[in-house]
Every structure is written in structure tokens, then in C-alpha cells.
Design a protein. Sequence first.
Length: 113
Amino acid sequence: MPSYFYRLILAISLLLPFAAQASDAGDFAAASSSRQAELLEAWAASPVPERIELLEALRDGRVAADSSKRAWIENNDKYGAVDANAPAAADAPTPDEPRKLRLNNRLRGLVDT
């Protein structure tokens, strides 16, 4: 009987990282510039088609973040949340409050590669 519970706890603990994983855009928006560079290098090493929209938005300067570090992409002068299912913070700002992410020259170079 105890071995069943051990296996159950092990299975749950192995699945938790998948449940807690944030979106790529959310990770990028919440990261420091050195961590953003690491993310871009890792994404270049293992490209995924789902990141194309994010990378194009970064290249065009259309990615923004609000005070709760939630990522937004600007389309036609309107911001849309990248991950609509992400829980908003209690002090979540209004959609007109996101501020565009600024990329330094190193990050711009990595986005272009």
C-alpha cells in the first residue's frame, strides 16, 4: 500500500514542472536582459514554429509587458495578451498600460539570427 502512494507522489512531482511552465513570451518579458539573451540563444539552438510570431514581434518592436510582467503583442495599435490563460496579478493593469520592451544591441542581434 505505501508503495502506491510513493508512486503517486513521484508521478505528481514529475508532472508539476509542466503545469508550472510559463509561455515563452512571459518568460522573456519577466527576464533580465542577460537572461533574455540566454533565452534567445537557447531558442536559436532549438527552434520551434510556435515562437515565430513572438520573434517577429520582437524584431518589429511590438512586444510589451505590464507591471505584472505579463507579455503583450501589439497588432493594429491594440495590445493582445500573448497567453490569455495566464493568471493576472491582483493589481493587473488595464490593456492600455503595457510598456514596450526595449532591446539592447546584443538582443537585437540575437533576434535577427
